[in-house]
Design a protein around this ligand. Structure first.
Ligand code: HEC
Ligand code: HEC
Length: 206
């Protein structure tokens, strides 16, 4: 057999292997089950997934699927701590692994538009510049994040929630944020943190 024949042969084998690995990692997703399971979430996140404008509960509608699934798994495994969400992501509320995936897919498909909790507007322009310099490499120029890299969309998120998460990251309250955020967020002053959050909260989602 010539070497080019061997190469042609190896691609389908590699493809099948990659496929098997991917399918093995992700449970089959049932969107109808997702809508039913979401009934447990609406009391706090709202029927439309928009959360609360004052920022205690985040907008989750339209967030990347990979991000939603990771957050639910982190709450379930205790890697991200919040007593309400740790309870909701437990096996009593979402019994099977595939339930996490189903509800994440349902939330991902919900339209993201809706009211945003905003800052006072005075620091948003400075915040946009800081975001471009310190955050956009990962979160995207317009804060849209990345499904492929499981980086959250921050655009259109409530101001109060964003400020709190940034402080939770540098103060170690949200352990999964510390590694990547210590350098970009730690040196910022309170006004700069508020400016970035204000800029992001004002980005309109479609
Ligand atoms: C009792 C109120 C409550 C209920 C019910 C609830 N959540 Fe939450 N959820 C919260 C709060 C509060 C936060 C923010 C936690 C924090 O500040 O870290 C949150 C955070 C999240 C996040 C992380 C968002 C992000 O941007 O990182 C996801 C995803 C999420 N919830 C999904 C769900 C799903 C799916 C359900 C239903 C199975 C649900 N929640 C039910 C209160 C609730
Ligand atoms: C090296 C890449 C990287 C950089 C740079 C970065 N982030 Fe992040 N950020 C991430 C990842 C990855 C996550 C999700 C982590 C997780 O799963 O908990 C995240 C999560 C967040 C969250 C939580 C979102 C939510 O929905 O709860 C906020 C807020 C945030 N980043 C703000 C910022 C800001 C502001 C900057 C710049 C000052 C920044 N990040 C810079 C990668 C980055």
């Amino acid at each position: 057999m010539s070497s080019s024949a061997r190469i042609r042969y190896s691609f389908p084998v590699l493809g099948a292997l990659l496929c098997a690995v991917t399918l093995g990692a992700e449970p089959a997703v049932d969107p109808d089950a997702g809508a039913r399971l979401y009934g447990q979430c609406a009391a706090c996140h709202g029927a439309d997934g928009a959360g609360s404008a004052e920022g205690s509960t985040p907008r989750i509608a339209g967030q990347h699927y990979s991000v939603l699934l990771k957050q639910l798994r982190d709450f379930r495994g205790g890697r991200r701590q919040n007593f309400r969400m740790q309870e909701l992501a437990d096996r009593h509320h979402l019994p099977q692994e595939r339930d996490l995936a189903a509800v994440a897919l349902h939330v991902n498909r919900m339209p993201a538009a809706g009211a945003h909790g905003l800052g006072d507007g005075t620091r948003a322009t400075a915040g946009a510049l800081l975001f471009g310099a310190r955050c956009a490499a990962c979160h995207g120029a317009d804060g849209r994040g990345s499904e492929a890299r499981a980086v959250p969309r921050l655009a259109g998120q409530h101001y109060g929630y964003l400020v709190r998460q940034m402080y939770d990251a540098v103060d170690g309250r949200r352990a999964t944020l510390v590694d990547v955020h210590e350098r970009p967020i730690e040196p910022l002053g309170f006004d700069q943190v508020r400016g970035i959050a204000d800029y992001l909260s004002r980005i309109e989602l479609r």
